[in-house]
Ligand binder design. Sequence first.
Ligand SMILES: [Zn+2]
Length: 246
Amino acid sequence: MGMNRRQFMSAVAACPVCVAAVGGARAEGPHWSYEHADHWGEESAFKVCGIGDQQSPVDLVGAVHAQIDAPTIAWPSGDFEIVNNGHTIQVNLPPGGTVTSQGKTYDLKQFHFHTPSEHARDGKRTAMEVHFVHLNDKGSAAVIGAFLEAGGVNSVFSTVMAAAPKAEGKAKLGTSIDPAALLPKDRQFYRYEGSLTTPPCAEVVEWNVLAAPVAVAQADIDAFKAIFPMNARPLQPMNRRFLLSN
Ligand SMILES: [Zn+2]
């Protein structure tokens, strides 16, 4: 059904620099836009976006309490490459960063942003959401998501928005950042099995979405919206999946 893991991995291998198709990275293949998000599945390469039954994002409601451990993060600090890929602002990481979850270790490839948040809590979306995208050599992905809300200043997000290219292209951040400073201190989180939220919507993602929002500057949210006014996929049905929380 749709893109299987092998096809997904060959798509990634075909574009190793941008990690094709992961998290909105610019890649070879059909054009797509958020204005037509309900029609992504009509493109043959994106069929799973329409017929998949484990799609993301979802409304985080009705979670089952469970004894689950938060993912263990080991991310590097540094002055990283920042890209406007036409769909989002993305920071690309060199090899070395990992996350370990449920006994599996994945490599951190990039993090990027959406407005409004893609996931919702009890039907409500926040101003923005950040996604940290990790892959392993089996073709699986682990994404850590966090909600961003106006009401403070986050120096990492301020650095990212100060360096963000306003048109498609690449730049350097120009200063070292610690990506983990974009996560809330509270580690309550939701976990479920889902998909990439951009075409090809491959159903290969272990989602871990932190419950507590991170306070960022309204000016930095406005700076993002000036480049991308809306880059969030509509909510998808949970179908027969479990939503867990710790
Ligand atoms: Zn994303």
